[in-house]
Design a protein around this ligand. Structure first.
Ligand code: UDP
Length: 481
Protein backbone atom coordinates (compact mmCIF):
# COMPACT_ATOMS: atom_id res chain seq x y z
CA UNK A 1 0.00 0.00 0.00
CA UNK A 2 1.40 3.44 -0.91
CA UNK A 3 2.55 5.68 1.88
CA UNK A 4 -0.19 8.27 1.31
CA UNK A 5 -2.89 5.66 1.88
CA UNK A 6 -1.06 4.40 4.96
CA UNK A 7 -1.30 7.87 6.47
CA UNK A 8 -5.07 8.08 6.18
CA UNK A 9 -7.00 8.29 9.44
CA UNK A 10 -8.60 4.94 10.20
CA UNK A 11 -11.76 4.65 12.31
CA UNK A 12 -12.81 1.30 13.70
CA UNK A 13 -16.60 1.46 14.14
CA UNK A 14 -18.11 -0.84 16.75
CA UNK A 15 -21.91 -0.80 17.04
CA UNK A 16 -23.98 -2.55 19.66
CA UNK A 17 -25.29 -5.65 17.82
CA UNK A 18 -28.94 -4.49 17.54
CA UNK A 19 -30.74 -3.14 14.46
CA UNK A 20 -31.18 0.52 15.44
CA UNK A 21 -27.63 0.79 16.81
CA UNK A 22 -26.08 -0.81 13.73
CA UNK A 23 -27.96 1.51 11.40
CA UNK A 24 -26.97 4.70 13.22
CA UNK A 25 -23.31 3.64 13.43
CA UNK A 26 -23.34 2.73 9.74
CA UNK A 27 -24.46 6.26 8.87
CA UNK A 28 -21.69 7.71 11.02
CA UNK A 29 -19.15 5.41 9.34
CA UNK A 30 -20.28 6.44 5.84
CA UNK A 31 -20.00 10.10 6.78
CA UNK A 32 -16.46 9.63 8.09
CA UNK A 33 -15.55 7.70 4.95
CA UNK A 34 -16.83 10.58 2.83
CA UNK A 35 -14.37 12.81 4.69
CA UNK A 36 -11.35 10.66 3.91
CA UNK A 37 -11.35 8.15 6.77
CA UNK A 38 -10.53 4.52 6.15
CA UNK A 39 -13.29 2.51 7.87
CA UNK A 40 -13.34 -0.89 9.51
CA UNK A 41 -16.92 -1.69 10.49
CA UNK A 42 -17.24 -4.47 13.04
CA UNK A 43 -20.24 -6.78 13.11
CA UNK A 44 -20.84 -9.89 15.14
CA UNK A 45 -20.55 -13.00 12.96
CA UNK A 46 -24.27 -13.88 13.15
CA UNK A 47 -25.34 -10.36 12.24
CA UNK A 48 -22.83 -10.24 9.41
CA UNK A 49 -24.17 -13.48 7.93
CA UNK A 50 -27.73 -12.22 8.33
CA UNK A 51 -26.92 -8.92 6.59
CA UNK A 52 -25.53 -10.88 3.65
CA UNK A 53 -28.68 -13.05 3.59
CA UNK A 54 -30.99 -10.02 3.51
CA UNK A 55 -28.92 -8.42 0.74
CA UNK A 56 -27.92 -5.47 2.92
CA UNK A 57 -24.25 -6.28 2.32
CA UNK A 58 -22.85 -7.76 -0.88
CA UNK A 59 -19.46 -9.23 0.06
CA UNK A 60 -18.43 -9.38 -3.61
CA UNK A 61 -18.59 -5.59 -3.95
CA UNK A 62 -15.39 -3.90 -2.86
CA UNK A 63 -15.53 -0.34 -1.64
CA UNK A 64 -12.20 1.40 -1.49
CA UNK A 65 -11.34 2.17 2.12
CA UNK A 66 -14.45 0.55 3.66
CA UNK A 67 -14.04 -2.94 5.17
CA UNK A 68 -16.26 -5.19 7.21
CA UNK A 69 -14.88 -7.45 9.91
CA UNK A 70 -16.78 -9.92 12.05
CA UNK A 71 -16.08 -11.05 15.60
CA UNK A 72 -17.62 -14.12 17.26
CA UNK A 73 -20.94 -13.60 19.05
CA UNK A 74 -20.24 -16.33 21.56
CA UNK A 75 -23.71 -17.68 20.70
CA UNK A 76 -24.93 -20.75 18.83
CA UNK A 77 -26.38 -20.38 15.33
CA UNK A 78 -30.15 -19.61 15.59
CA UNK A 79 -32.38 -22.60 14.84
CA UNK A 80 -34.02 -20.80 11.95
CA UNK A 81 -31.18 -19.60 9.74
CA UNK A 82 -33.42 -16.92 8.23
CA UNK A 83 -34.25 -15.33 11.55
CA UNK A 84 -32.19 -12.37 12.74
CA UNK A 85 -30.12 -13.09 15.88
CA UNK A 86 -31.74 -12.11 19.16
CA UNK A 87 -30.38 -8.59 19.88
CA UNK A 88 -30.69 -8.94 23.64
CA UNK A 89 -28.75 -12.21 23.73
CA UNK A 90 -26.16 -10.86 21.28
CA UNK A 91 -25.67 -7.74 23.37
CA UNK A 92 -25.30 -9.72 26.59
CA UNK A 93 -22.85 -12.11 24.99
CA UNK A 94 -20.69 -9.51 23.27
CA UNK A 95 -20.56 -7.44 26.45
CA UNK A 96 -18.98 -10.45 28.13
CA UNK A 97 -16.79 -11.90 25.39
CA UNK A 98 -16.12 -8.99 23.02
CA UNK A 99 -12.87 -7.51 24.27
CA UNK A 100 -10.41 -10.28 23.32
CA UNK A 101 -11.58 -10.62 19.68
CA UNK A 102 -11.65 -6.84 19.24
CA UNK A 103 -8.14 -6.51 20.59
CA UNK A 104 -6.95 -9.32 18.34
CA UNK A 105 -8.66 -7.74 15.34
CA UNK A 106 -6.89 -4.42 15.83
CA UNK A 107 -3.55 -6.16 16.31
CA UNK A 108 -4.07 -7.97 13.02
CA UNK A 109 -5.10 -4.80 11.19
CA UNK A 110 -2.14 -2.87 12.52
CA UNK A 111 0.26 -5.70 11.67
CA UNK A 112 -0.94 -6.00 8.07
CA UNK A 113 0.89 -3.35 6.12
CA UNK A 114 -0.99 -4.32 2.94
CA UNK A 115 -4.43 -4.14 4.52
CA UNK A 116 -4.75 -0.44 5.26
CA UNK A 117 -3.49 2.27 7.58
CA UNK A 118 -3.20 1.50 11.30
CA UNK A 119 -6.31 2.15 13.36
CA UNK A 120 -6.19 5.76 14.55
CA UNK A 121 -9.48 6.09 16.45
CA UNK A 122 -12.31 4.01 17.84
CA UNK A 123 -15.93 5.01 17.31
CA UNK A 124 -17.84 2.75 19.64
CA UNK A 125 -21.46 2.62 20.60
CA UNK A 126 -21.49 4.03 24.14
CA UNK A 127 -23.17 0.79 25.24
CA UNK A 128 -20.18 -1.21 23.97
CA UNK A 129 -18.32 -0.40 27.18
CA UNK A 130 -16.50 -3.69 26.72
CA UNK A 131 -14.37 -2.02 24.03
CA UNK A 132 -13.31 0.91 26.19
CA UNK A 133 -9.88 -0.47 27.32
CA UNK A 134 -8.81 -0.55 23.66
CA UNK A 135 -8.36 3.21 23.61
CA UNK A 136 -5.65 3.08 26.27
CA UNK A 137 -4.09 -0.16 25.08
CA UNK A 138 -3.58 1.07 21.53
CA UNK A 139 -3.14 4.75 22.42
CA UNK A 140 -6.06 5.86 20.23
CA UNK A 141 -8.99 8.19 20.96
CA UNK A 142 -12.05 6.40 22.26
CA UNK A 143 -15.20 8.14 20.98
CA UNK A 144 -18.45 7.14 22.70
CA UNK A 145 -21.41 7.39 20.35
CA UNK A 146 -24.78 7.59 22.13
CA UNK A 147 -27.40 6.72 19.49
CA UNK A 148 -30.13 8.34 21.60
CA UNK A 149 -31.70 11.72 22.38
CA UNK A 150 -30.24 14.33 24.75
CA UNK A 151 -33.04 13.72 27.26
CA UNK A 152 -32.34 9.98 27.46
CA UNK A 153 -28.61 10.66 27.67
CA UNK A 154 -29.38 12.88 30.67
CA UNK A 155 -31.56 10.10 32.09
CA UNK A 156 -28.78 7.51 31.82
CA UNK A 157 -26.31 9.91 33.43
CA UNK A 158 -28.67 10.25 36.42
CA UNK A 159 -29.13 6.56 37.11
CA UNK A 160 -26.54 6.58 39.89
CA UNK A 161 -28.17 9.58 41.54
CA UNK A 162 -31.58 7.91 41.32
CA UNK A 163 -30.18 4.94 43.21
CA UNK A 164 -28.27 7.09 45.71
CA UNK A 165 -31.48 8.95 46.48
CA UNK A 166 -32.98 5.62 47.47
CA UNK A 167 -35.41 4.98 44.62
CA UNK A 168 -36.09 1.42 43.42
CA UNK A 169 -34.95 -0.25 46.64
CA UNK A 170 -38.01 -2.39 46.82
CA UNK A 171 -38.53 -5.36 44.48
CA UNK A 172 -42.12 -4.22 43.83
CA UNK A 173 -40.89 -0.80 42.90
CA UNK A 174 -42.91 -0.45 39.72
CA UNK A 175 -46.32 -1.02 41.36
CA UNK A 176 -48.98 1.25 42.93
CA UNK A 177 -48.31 4.43 41.05
CA UNK A 178 -44.70 4.62 42.28
CA UNK A 179 -43.47 5.35 38.77
CA UNK A 180 -45.62 8.49 38.67
CA UNK A 181 -43.30 10.06 41.29
CA UNK A 182 -42.22 13.46 39.93
CA UNK A 183 -38.54 14.27 39.69
CA UNK A 184 -37.52 17.88 39.98
CA UNK A 185 -33.79 17.56 40.48
CA UNK A 186 -32.64 16.73 36.96
CA UNK A 187 -31.69 19.98 35.25
CA UNK A 188 -33.42 21.11 32.04
CA UNK A 189 -36.10 18.40 32.28
CA UNK A 190 -39.03 19.87 34.22
CA UNK A 191 -42.05 17.68 34.81
CA UNK A 192 -40.45 14.31 34.29
CA UNK A 193 -41.40 11.31 36.39
CA UNK A 194 -39.64 8.12 37.45
CA UNK A 195 -41.50 6.34 34.64
CA UNK A 196 -39.82 8.51 32.00
CA UNK A 197 -36.28 7.50 33.00
CA UNK A 198 -34.48 4.70 31.16
CA UNK A 199 -36.40 1.63 32.28
CA UNK A 200 -33.18 -0.24 33.11
CA UNK A 201 -33.17 1.59 36.45
CA UNK A 202 -36.41 -0.14 37.53
CA UNK A 203 -34.78 -2.92 39.49
CA UNK A 204 -33.83 -3.59 43.07
CA UNK A 205 -31.14 -6.05 41.94
CA UNK A 206 -27.76 -4.28 41.85
CA UNK A 207 -26.41 -7.06 39.63
CA UNK A 208 -29.12 -6.74 36.99
CA UNK A 209 -27.49 -6.97 33.55
CA UNK A 210 -29.14 -3.91 32.00
CA UNK A 211 -28.61 -1.78 35.09
CA UNK A 212 -24.90 -2.57 35.01
CA UNK A 213 -24.87 -2.14 31.20
CA UNK A 214 -26.31 1.38 31.60
CA UNK A 215 -23.95 2.40 34.38
CA UNK A 216 -20.95 1.09 32.48
CA UNK A 217 -21.95 3.13 29.43
CA UNK A 218 -21.92 6.25 31.61
CA UNK A 219 -18.70 5.41 33.47
CA UNK A 220 -16.76 4.63 30.30
CA UNK A 221 -18.15 7.73 28.57
CA UNK A 222 -16.83 9.89 31.40
CA UNK A 223 -13.35 8.61 30.46
CA UNK A 224 -13.90 8.80 26.69
CA UNK A 225 -11.99 11.20 24.44
CA UNK A 226 -15.26 12.54 23.03
CA UNK A 227 -19.02 11.98 23.14
CA UNK A 228 -21.39 12.10 20.18
CA UNK A 229 -25.18 12.25 20.50
CA UNK A 230 -27.50 11.27 17.67
CA UNK A 231 -29.66 14.38 17.78
CA UNK A 232 -29.63 18.00 16.67
CA UNK A 233 -29.15 21.08 18.79
CA UNK A 234 -32.53 22.68 18.06
CA UNK A 235 -34.18 19.63 19.62
CA UNK A 236 -31.91 19.12 22.60
CA UNK A 237 -29.54 22.04 23.13
CA UNK A 238 -30.58 23.01 26.68
CA UNK A 239 -30.38 19.47 27.97
CA UNK A 240 -27.02 18.75 26.40
CA UNK A 241 -25.70 22.01 27.80
CA UNK A 242 -27.01 21.16 31.27
CA UNK A 243 -25.46 17.67 31.08
CA UNK A 244 -22.16 19.18 29.99
CA UNK A 245 -22.08 21.44 33.06
CA UNK A 246 -23.33 18.96 35.62
CA UNK A 247 -20.99 16.16 34.55
CA UNK A 248 -18.09 18.38 33.45
CA UNK A 249 -18.07 16.94 29.95
CA UNK A 250 -16.19 18.21 26.92
CA UNK A 251 -18.93 19.69 24.71
CA UNK A 252 -20.68 16.63 23.20
CA UNK A 253 -21.15 16.65 19.43
CA UNK A 254 -24.88 16.69 18.55
CA UNK A 255 -24.95 15.18 15.07
CA UNK A 256 -28.23 14.15 13.57
CA UNK A 257 -30.27 12.99 11.89
CA UNK A 258 -27.30 11.00 10.59
CA UNK A 259 -29.35 9.37 7.82
CA UNK A 260 -30.17 12.82 6.46
CA UNK A 261 -26.54 13.95 6.53
CA UNK A 262 -25.71 10.70 4.72
CA UNK A 263 -28.23 11.43 1.97
CA UNK A 264 -25.88 14.20 0.87
CA UNK A 265 -22.98 11.84 0.10
CA UNK A 266 -22.65 11.47 -3.67
CA UNK A 267 -21.32 7.89 -3.62
CA UNK A 268 -23.83 5.32 -4.89
CA UNK A 269 -21.51 2.40 -4.14
CA UNK A 270 -21.19 3.45 -0.51
CA UNK A 271 -24.88 4.15 -0.27
CA UNK A 272 -25.63 0.66 -1.57
CA UNK A 273 -24.52 -0.71 1.82
CA UNK A 274 -27.61 -1.19 3.98
CA UNK A 275 -28.17 -2.39 7.52
CA UNK A 276 -31.41 -4.40 7.40
CA UNK A 277 -31.47 -7.54 9.49
CA UNK A 278 -34.75 -8.49 7.77
CA UNK A 279 -35.60 -8.45 4.07
CA UNK A 280 -37.49 -5.32 3.02
CA UNK A 281 -40.86 -5.85 1.37
CA UNK A 282 -41.19 -3.46 -1.54
CA UNK A 283 -45.00 -3.85 -1.77
CA UNK A 284 -45.48 -1.27 0.98
CA UNK A 285 -44.44 1.60 -1.27
CA UNK A 286 -46.51 0.37 -4.22
CA UNK A 287 -49.50 0.01 -1.91
CA UNK A 288 -49.01 3.53 -0.55
CA UNK A 289 -48.78 4.92 -4.10
CA UNK A 290 -52.46 4.02 -4.53
CA UNK A 291 -53.67 5.93 -1.44
CA UNK A 292 -54.66 9.54 -0.88
CA UNK A 293 -52.47 12.08 0.88
CA UNK A 294 -52.09 11.63 4.67
CA UNK A 295 -54.74 8.88 4.79
CA UNK A 296 -52.70 5.91 6.04
CA UNK A 297 -51.70 4.98 9.58
CA UNK A 298 -48.30 3.31 9.67
CA UNK A 299 -47.75 0.85 12.55
CA UNK A 300 -44.33 -0.50 13.42
CA UNK A 301 -42.80 -1.44 16.76
CA UNK A 302 -39.16 -1.75 15.66
CA UNK A 303 -36.78 -4.65 15.89
CA UNK A 304 -36.62 -5.66 19.56
CA UNK A 305 -40.00 -5.14 21.17
CA UNK A 306 -42.46 -7.97 21.65
CA UNK A 307 -46.20 -7.98 22.38
CA UNK A 308 -48.41 -10.63 23.96
CA UNK A 309 -50.99 -12.44 21.78
CA UNK A 310 -53.71 -10.42 23.62
CA UNK A 311 -52.04 -7.11 22.86
CA UNK A 312 -51.67 -8.10 19.20
CA UNK A 313 -55.40 -8.77 19.11
CA UNK A 314 -56.32 -5.45 20.77
CA UNK A 315 -54.16 -3.48 18.34
CA UNK A 316 -55.65 -5.42 15.42
CA UNK A 317 -59.26 -4.72 16.38
CA UNK A 318 -58.50 -1.13 17.30
CA UNK A 319 -57.17 -0.63 13.79
CA UNK A 320 -60.17 -2.38 12.23
CA UNK A 321 -62.64 -0.30 14.21
CA UNK A 322 -60.88 3.00 13.40
CA UNK A 323 -61.86 2.49 9.75
CA UNK A 324 -58.63 4.07 8.54
CA UNK A 325 -56.29 2.42 6.04
CA UNK A 326 -53.09 1.12 7.63
CA UNK A 327 -49.78 -0.61 7.06
CA UNK A 328 -48.76 -2.77 9.96
CA UNK A 329 -45.33 -4.32 10.14
CA UNK A 330 -45.65 -7.54 12.10
CA UNK A 331 -42.15 -9.02 12.48
CA UNK A 332 -42.11 -12.83 12.55
CA UNK A 333 -40.87 -12.66 16.16
CA UNK A 334 -43.08 -9.77 17.31
CA UNK A 335 -45.31 -11.91 19.51
CA UNK A 336 -43.91 -13.44 22.67
CA UNK A 337 -45.46 -16.72 23.75
CA UNK A 338 -47.48 -17.10 20.57
CA UNK A 339 -47.32 -16.72 16.83
CA UNK A 340 -47.54 -13.48 14.87
CA UNK A 341 -50.45 -14.88 12.85
CA UNK A 342 -53.46 -12.61 12.79
CA UNK A 343 -56.99 -13.96 12.93
CA UNK A 344 -58.65 -14.76 9.60
CA UNK A 345 -61.60 -12.58 10.62
CA UNK A 346 -59.30 -9.59 11.05
CA UNK A 347 -57.70 -10.15 7.66
CA UNK A 348 -61.14 -10.48 6.05
CA UNK A 349 -62.39 -7.25 7.69
CA UNK A 350 -59.40 -5.23 6.53
CA UNK A 351 -59.03 -6.62 3.00
CA UNK A 352 -58.04 -3.77 0.69
CA UNK A 353 -57.73 -1.37 3.61
CA UNK A 354 -54.87 -2.89 5.60
CA UNK A 355 -51.50 -4.18 4.53
CA UNK A 356 -49.52 -6.52 6.78
CA UNK A 357 -45.80 -6.74 6.07
CA UNK A 358 -42.91 -8.32 7.96
CA UNK A 359 -40.32 -5.57 7.39
CA UNK A 360 -40.27 -2.43 5.27
CA UNK A 361 -38.07 0.45 4.19
CA UNK A 362 -39.30 2.52 7.11
CA UNK A 363 -37.83 5.89 6.17
CA UNK A 364 -39.26 5.61 2.68
CA UNK A 365 -42.64 4.73 4.15
CA UNK A 366 -42.55 7.69 6.55
CA UNK A 367 -41.55 10.01 3.70
CA UNK A 368 -44.47 8.83 1.56
CA UNK A 369 -47.18 11.51 1.22
CA UNK A 370 -49.92 8.93 1.91
CA UNK A 371 -48.73 8.36 5.47
CA UNK A 372 -50.67 10.52 7.92
CA UNK A 373 -49.56 9.10 11.26
CA UNK A 374 -47.19 6.64 12.90
CA UNK A 375 -48.13 4.27 15.71
CA UNK A 376 -44.69 3.63 17.18
CA UNK A 377 -42.83 2.20 20.16
CA UNK A 378 -40.65 5.34 20.10
CA UNK A 379 -37.30 3.68 19.52
CA UNK A 380 -35.00 6.66 19.02
CA UNK A 381 -34.29 5.90 15.36
CA UNK A 382 -38.00 5.61 14.60
CA UNK A 383 -38.72 8.80 16.53
CA UNK A 384 -36.02 10.78 14.76
CA UNK A 385 -37.09 9.40 11.39
CA UNK A 386 -40.65 10.46 12.15
CA UNK A 387 -39.49 13.93 13.16
CA UNK A 388 -37.48 14.28 9.95
CA UNK A 389 -40.46 13.13 7.85
CA UNK A 390 -42.88 15.42 9.69
CA UNK A 391 -45.21 12.58 10.71
CA UNK A 392 -47.14 12.85 14.02
CA UNK A 393 -46.92 9.88 16.36
CA UNK A 394 -49.13 7.70 18.52
CA UNK A 395 -46.73 6.50 21.18
CA UNK A 396 -46.70 3.10 22.85
CA UNK A 397 -43.25 2.84 24.47
CA UNK A 398 -41.94 -0.49 25.63
CA UNK A 399 -38.53 -0.18 27.31
CA UNK A 400 -35.10 1.46 27.47
CA UNK A 401 -35.16 5.09 26.32
CA UNK A 402 -38.57 4.80 24.60
CA UNK A 403 -40.54 6.19 27.57
CA UNK A 404 -38.42 9.34 27.53
CA UNK A 405 -38.84 9.78 23.77
CA UNK A 406 -42.59 9.39 24.23
CA UNK A 407 -42.62 11.94 27.04
CA UNK A 408 -40.80 14.55 24.95
CA UNK A 409 -42.93 13.91 21.86
CA UNK A 410 -46.14 14.29 23.90
CA UNK A 411 -45.24 17.18 26.18
CA UNK A 412 -42.33 19.13 24.71
CA UNK A 413 -42.30 18.77 20.92
CA UNK A 414 -46.08 18.42 20.63
CA UNK A 415 -45.92 15.88 17.80
CA UNK A 416 -47.02 12.85 19.81
CA UNK A 417 -49.90 11.42 21.82
CA UNK A 418 -49.57 8.45 24.16
CA UNK A 419 -51.66 5.30 24.29
CA UNK A 420 -51.13 4.28 27.89
CA UNK A 421 -49.61 0.89 28.68
CA UNK A 422 -52.69 -1.24 29.13
CA UNK A 423 -53.71 -1.50 25.47
CA UNK A 424 -57.42 -1.95 24.71
CA UNK A 425 -59.08 -1.86 21.29
CA UNK A 426 -61.29 1.12 22.22
CA UNK A 427 -58.25 3.16 23.18
CA UNK A 428 -56.46 2.29 19.95
CA UNK A 429 -59.54 3.11 17.90
CA UNK A 430 -60.02 6.43 19.70
CA UNK A 431 -56.37 7.42 19.43
CA UNK A 432 -56.19 6.60 15.71
CA UNK A 433 -59.35 8.61 15.04
CA UNK A 434 -58.01 11.56 17.04
CA UNK A 435 -54.71 11.41 15.18
CA UNK A 436 -56.27 11.18 11.72
CA UNK A 437 -59.43 13.27 12.13
CA UNK A 438 -59.35 15.20 15.42
CA UNK A 439 -58.27 18.68 16.49
CA UNK A 440 -55.39 17.24 18.52
CA UNK A 441 -54.23 15.40 15.41
CA UNK A 442 -54.20 18.67 13.48
CA UNK A 443 -52.08 20.36 16.13
CA UNK A 444 -49.68 17.43 16.25
CA UNK A 445 -49.33 17.53 12.47
CA UNK A 446 -48.58 21.24 12.59
CA UNK A 447 -45.89 20.72 15.22
CA UNK A 448 -44.52 17.75 13.30
CA UNK A 449 -44.10 19.98 10.23
CA UNK A 450 -42.27 22.56 12.32
CA UNK A 451 -39.81 19.95 13.58
CA UNK A 452 -39.40 18.57 10.09
CA UNK A 453 -38.16 21.98 8.95
CA UNK A 454 -35.76 22.26 11.86
CA UNK A 455 -34.39 18.74 11.33
CA UNK A 456 -33.76 19.54 7.67
CA UNK A 457 -32.11 22.86 8.44
CA UNK A 458 -29.79 21.16 10.93
CA UNK A 459 -28.19 19.01 8.24
CA UNK A 460 -27.90 21.67 5.54
CA UNK A 461 -24.54 23.30 4.88
CA UNK A 462 -24.07 25.67 7.82
CA UNK A 463 -26.75 23.90 9.91
CA UNK A 464 -26.02 22.87 13.51
CA UNK A 465 -25.41 19.17 12.82
CA UNK A 466 -23.43 19.91 9.69
CA UNK A 467 -21.15 22.18 11.72
CA UNK A 468 -20.89 19.68 14.59
CA UNK A 469 -19.85 16.95 12.18
CA UNK A 470 -17.25 19.24 10.65
CA UNK A 471 -15.93 19.99 14.10
CA UNK A 472 -15.79 16.28 14.92
CA UNK A 473 -13.80 15.48 11.78
CA UNK A 474 -11.29 18.28 12.43
CA UNK A 475 -10.96 17.32 16.09
CA UNK A 476 -10.50 13.62 15.29
CA UNK A 477 -7.56 14.43 13.06
CA UNK A 478 -5.66 16.05 15.93
CA UNK A 479 -7.12 14.17 18.87
CA UNK A 480 -4.67 12.15 20.95
CA UNK A 481 -5.44 9.55 23.55
N1 UDP B 1 -36.84 -0.41 10.60
C1 UDP B 1 -36.99 -0.64 9.26
N2 UDP B 1 -38.04 -1.38 8.86
C2 UDP B 1 -38.94 -1.92 9.70
C3 UDP B 1 -38.77 -1.69 11.08
C4 UDP B 1 -37.72 -0.92 11.50
O1 UDP B 1 -36.22 -0.17 8.43
O2 UDP B 1 -39.88 -2.58 9.23
C5 UDP B 1 -35.71 0.42 11.07
C6 UDP B 1 -36.18 1.79 11.49
O3 UDP B 1 -36.24 2.64 10.37
C7 UDP B 1 -35.13 2.18 12.51
C8 UDP B 1 -34.67 0.84 13.10
O4 UDP B 1 -35.11 -0.16 12.21
O5 UDP B 1 -34.05 2.81 11.86
C9 UDP B 1 -35.28 0.57 14.45
O6 UDP B 1 -34.64 1.32 15.40
P1 UDP B 1 -35.40 1.98 16.62
O7 UDP B 1 -34.38 2.71 17.42
O8 UDP B 1 -36.53 2.78 16.16
O9 UDP B 1 -36.03 0.79 17.42
P2 UDP B 1 -35.46 -0.61 17.97
O10 UDP B 1 -35.57 -1.56 16.86
O11 UDP B 1 -34.04 -0.37 18.41
O12 UDP B 1 -36.37 -0.92 19.10
Amino acid sequence: MDSKKMQKPHAICIPCPAQGHIRAMMHLAKLLHSRGFHITFVHTELNYQQLIRTGAIDPTVEIEGFCFKAIPDGLPQPEDANEAPDPIESTKSISKHGLAPLRELIRRINGDTQGGPPVSCMMRDAFMSVAQPIGDEFGIPDVAFWPIAGSSFMGFFHIDEVLQRGFFKDANCSANGYLETPIDWIPAMPGIRLKDLPTFVRTADPNDFFLDFSRQAVQTSLKASAIILHTFEELDYEIIDAAKHKFKLQPPYAIGPLFALCDQIPNPKLNSIKSNLWKEERECIEWLDKRGDATVVYVNFGSVMTVTPEQLKEFAWGLVNSNHPFIWVVRPNLVSGGSAILEAEFLEETKGRGLIASWCAQKQVLDHPSVGGFLTHNGWNSTLESIHSGVPMLCWPFFGDQQMNCRFACTVWGNGMEIDGDVKREKVEGAVKELMEGQKGKEMRKNAMKWKEKAREAVEVGGSSYISFDRLVNDLLVMKR
